[in-house]
Structure formats: C-alpha cells, structure tokens
Design a binder for this molecule. Structure first.
Ligand SMILES: [Ca+2]
Length: 340
C-alpha cells in the first residue's frame, strides 16, 4: 500500500489517493442497494463529494491517464449518488392521501371500530412504542433529549417508573421479551435492553437499519424501519434472520411504524395516517385495514408537530386492544368492527 502511495506522490497523481479513499464509499453505496437497505443521505452526500474530488483531481492533473481515470470515476460516483438520492426520495414520497386511496381502491377489507374505554394519557409523551402486560402499559417515547422508557398505569395514565435515555438518541419501538424490555432508537442503529422487574439497563445491541416499530411473535422480534419492510431478529442475539416486504394487492406499503402481534397477525401503524395494516407474517400481504379516522373526536391534539396515531398494545388475557398517539391526551380501548 505504501508503495502505491509513494508511486502516486512521485507521479504527482492525486487521483490515485482519492480513488483509494473513495473505494470504501462506493462499496457502501453498492452494498446498500444490493441489500435494499434504506438509502442514507450521508452515503449520497459522500458519493457527491468524492465525485467532485475526482473531477477536480482530473482537471488539476498533468498526467493523461490520471485525467481520464479521474473523469470516469467522478462520473461513476456522481451517477451513483444521483441514483441513491432518487431512490431515497422515492422512498419518502408515499403521501398520506395516496396511501389511503390505495387502501380503499385495493378491495382489501376495511375494519371500523367502536370505543370501549378511554383512559388518560400523558399529553407530553411522544409515543413510539406501546406494550401491555400484567395490568400495566410499557411505553417508549421519542424526541432527542426527551426519550424515555416508562411503566404506566392503564387506568390513571400515571407514570409509575421512568428511565431517561441518553440525550443523543431518539426512542422508538418497544417489545417485551421474556421479562426483558427491548427498545429501539430511530437513527442511532442501537437498541437497549432493560430488566422488566428492576428497570435496570442490561445491555445494548446494534442493527443495520433505522429503528421504528418493534414486536414479537413468540419466536422472533419483528422490526419496522419506516419502509415497506419488516425484519425478523433473533430475540437473544438480535441477529437478522429474515426480511419480509409488506404489500397490499402487490403494492408495497411504506412507512410501517408501531407494531403489535395479535392472534397470528402483525398489526402496523402506517405513519402519518389513521390506518393500521393487518399483515400476514407468512406472505407479507395486507389481509385487512383498520380505519381509525375520527377516533380522537373533539379531543384537541396539535397536529402540526407530528402528533399522529402511533401506539398499539394488546392484552392477551383480557383480549383487549389499545391504541393511542404521539402527545395524545387519551388512550383508547377499541373493538374492531367489519365494514360492509
Ligand atoms: Ca406495540
């Protein structure tokens, strides 16, 4: 390697230096595309920066080979970053309206709801994950500097216990696995494990995507990352086991967020909508939709800062379904009703 660098210095060919440095960036972009992982803005920016470096290196070069080499590599990286950017932008273009239109036009059955009970909910809790077990709710809240893990009394909404997450992370999905609370973070790619009994931090783990929702099916953890993909993880090692693309009549359903596994189906909030997809864990197909529009009724929530429906929890023993939202002052127990 040193010889290569010396050769580059001797030949006054800065392109060779840049080539070696940028090789890693190109590999990351290619790996991301190959694995269909969420495209990262940072990767796109890096590609663009290295592309520019190539161009400038080529223009400053007195060596003909360096000039053409730099020009070609710059062009390749610029194209790679444009492609990554287009893919990234396309992924974020699924608007609420389009999602709703698709859901109703697809012919997939839609469930309405009946409110059974209303409970108080902390209006400052930016709910990102919700679990019911043993008479209490466990809740993960988000926002940088405000993220927490909570144990909440269902009837009163009172926070019984609370752990503050480090200020640099944004709390996300939450699942209870064998007396351990597993909590995701949004973009830090790190998850935390807490002991349910003591609320003590046990360990942390890493994953390759953004972290949105989390649940388990009794065998594996199920994770969403804001795309149409669900990821199945080993609940002990957190190794990725499988990936499933969620589709409604063949059309991918993006922005899958909070999750809950209920009677053999995966329930998933679609971010920024009032809809929950009921998904087959075997095929990824949406079996039916739950339309929760109007659930808040006259309850006032500031919709300008992302205070949308988010939070599904299921009481297995009592067969009760709970839903709430980010900064919603109420939590609802609902019954699903088939619509004609
Ligand atoms: Ca949940």
């Amino acid at each position: 390697m040193n010889q290569v660098f010396r050769a580059a210095e001797n030949n006054n060919c800065p392109t060779l230096f840049v080539f070696l440095l940028s090789f890693c960036v190109t590999a990351i972009v290619a790996y991301s595309n190959m694995r269909q992982l969420p495209r990262l803005e940072s990767e796109q920016k890096s590609g663009a920066i290295f592309g520019q470096l190539f161009f400038s290196a080529a223009l400053n070069s007195t060596d003909r080979r360096c000039f053409f080499g730099g020009l070609c590599l710059g062009l390749a990286l610029a194209l790679a970053s444009v492609f990554t950017g287009v893919a990234f932008a396309t992924q974020g273009q699924d608007t609420t309206g389009a999602e709703t239109k698709r859901a109703t036009a697809s012919g997939t059955p839609v469930f309405g709801y009946r409110v059974i009970n209303r409970f108080p909910h902390d209006p400052t809790a930016f709910t990102q994950g919700l679990v019911y077990a043993g008479g209490v709710l466990y809740e993960s809240t988000g926002l940088l500097g405000q993220s927490t893990l909570r144990e909440v009394d269902l009837e009163t909404g009172k926070v019984r216990r609370l752990v503050k997450l480090p200020a640099r992370v944004f709390g996300e999905g939450l699942a209870l696995w064998k007396e351990r609370l597993v909590q995701l973070t949004w973009r830090s790619r790190v998850g935390f494990v807490f002991d349910r009994e003591s609320f003590q931090f046990l360990r942390q783990f890493r994953y390759m995507t953004e972290g949105w929702g989390l649940a388990h099916d009794g065998k594996q953890l199920i994770m969403s990352d804001g795309s149409a993909n669900l990821y199945f993880l080993d609940p002990e090692t957190f190794a990725l086991i499988d990936r499933l693309e969620v589709k409604d009549n063949g059309v991918p359903v993006a922005k899958l967020n909070e999750l809950e596994f209920i009677k053999g189906e995966i329930f998933a909030n679609v971010w920024e909508t009032d809809r929950i997809a009921r998904i087959s864990p075997d095929t990824g197909n949406v079996l039916s939709w739950v339309d929760l529009s109007g659930l808040l009724g006259p309850v006032v929530v500031d919709k300008r800062d992302g205070s949308v429906l988010n939070g599904i929890a299921y009481d297995v023993e009592g067969d009760r379904l709970f839903v709430t939202g980010k900064r919603w002052p109420q939590l609802f127990e609902i019954q699903l009703l088939p619509r004609s």
